[in-house]
Design a protein around this ligand. Structure first.
Ligand code: BGC
Length: 387
């Protein structure tokens, strides 16, 4: 028994050292609600040690990716491979430098969440050329053969859940609908929009909703299925670029342009939590908006508080623990020379990338406590007003 305990102690110490040896050792500051203003510097690769698994995340300026970093740190406690996490700070050149720095350290598996799905092809190709196995994490890398696997949530289902939430709450005809989307450089923005359109389009066609902020969407409103180019036209008009300020500015411009009759009880498709909070604040400040239903995704802490406070209607909870575990398990399987399990495939314009997909859960005021607190995802102490 004593021997076992001693072994466990040594193992724990080794693992903590491995964890401390990563770039993630410092607990990053959680950005404010409008965290895009944060100027947190991107991290420089550490000068020492070698790396088995390199993880490259898009930015520290959004709580979503800080969440992933934290969950990676938690998951890494159960592996003794060396891991380093680097952030690209919304810059594809920095992203490629990060990948090159990890290659120089002998990285064998790369887990990468692209800032820009097309631009990241060069980074993936650089890794592949050195025999690294490339796992696209959450966001697909497009237009290259250099992606081996894709670990993702079911992003069409995310969009469908958002659309369904709005549709279920709209009564009668002529409900004002405001559409917002993610960054066109992110393949997910198309999948989310496609999912939402699947549900909303029939409700637009039958008059339940009337689109108020996109002439491109109005022009296409009778088409049940949109091509990527058609979606690009709409997204081009209502993109937030995943940026809280851009979301706020767009919402302000739309409300300024809209007549009183286009407001009242409104429905808003917001593509994620960060942008939902800025858009919700903007709509809440307009005296002609009587009520609003607004979507989101990521279950960011600030949005969980908004949901408790009745300022954001819902979020699509994507359990980052599952995604992180899937990615780590996949990396470890590859390091052992085995073939990881996949559940389907996503086409990236050049190849079908084998994918492991995870389901999502709709969270609103009615289940926020059971889904996010009682499940152990967040401690209750992080929030006020929970019943
Ligand atoms: C992710 C979302 C995130 C968004 C902005 C998407 O690719 O799937 O969870 O909110 O990027 O960072």
């Amino acid at each position: 028994m004593k021997k076992l305990l001693a072994m466990l102690l040594v193992l724990t110490m080794t693992l903590s050292l491995v964890a401390c040896g990563t770039q993630t050792a410092d607990q990053p500051k959680e950005p404010e609600t409008t965290g895009s203003e944060s100027t947190a510097p991107s991290e420089e690769p550490s000068s020492s040690n070698t790396v088995d698994v390199g993880i490259v995340l898009p930015t520290k300026d959004e709580p979503r990716w800080i969440q992933d970093e934290t969950r990676f740190k938690d998951a890494l406690r159960s592996t003794d491979y060396s891991v380093e996490v680097l952030f690209s700070q919304g810059d594809s050149a920095k992203e490629k430098q990060n990948v090159e720095a990890l290659i120089a350290k002998g990285m064998k598996v790369l887990i990468i969440c692209a800032h820009d799905g097309a631009a990241a092809a060069a980074a993936a190709e650089a890794a592949k050329a050195e025999g690294v196995t490339v796992i696209a994490y959450d966001r697909l890398i497009n237009g290259t053969e250099a992606v081996d696997y894709y670990v993702t949530f079911d992003s069409i289902a995310v969009g469908e859940a958002m659309g369904q939430y709005l549709a279920d709450r709209a009564e009668g005809k002529g409900n004002p609908l405001y559409l917002y989307a993610g960054a066109a450089s992110d393949n997910n923005a198309f999948l989310f929009f496609e999912g939402a359109w699947n549900v909303l389009q029939p409700k637009i066609a039958d008059g339940t909703f009337v689109i108020k902020n996109s002439s491109e969407a109005v022009a296409l409103q009778n088409k049940a299925t949109l091509t990527r180019d058609e979606m690009a036209k709409i997204i081009g008009q209502v993109t937030t670029n995943w940026d809280f300020n851009e979301a706020k500015n767009k919402a302000e411009a739309h409300l300024t342009a809209a007549k009183k009759a286009d407001k009242g009880d409104v429905f808003i498709l917001a593509p994620n939590d960060g942008t939902a909070r800025s858009i919700a604040d903007t709509f809440a400040a307009d005296p002609d908006v009587t009520s609003y239903v607004i979507t989101g995704q990521d279950a960011e802490k600030a949005s969980v508080q908004y949901i408790i406070d009745g300022k954001q209607s819902m979020t699509v909870f994507k359990d980052v623990r599952t995604l992180v575990n899937d990615a780590i398990n996949m990396a470890v399987t590859i390091l052992k020379g085995e073939t990881p399990e996949t559940t389907g495939a996503y086409n990236n314009g050049v190849i079908d990338v084998k994918a492991k997909q995870t389901d999502v859960i709709v969270v609103d005021k009615t289940n926020v406590k059971s889904a996010l607190i009682d499940s152990g995802y967040y401690p209750a102490s992080e929030f006020t007003g929970l019943n």
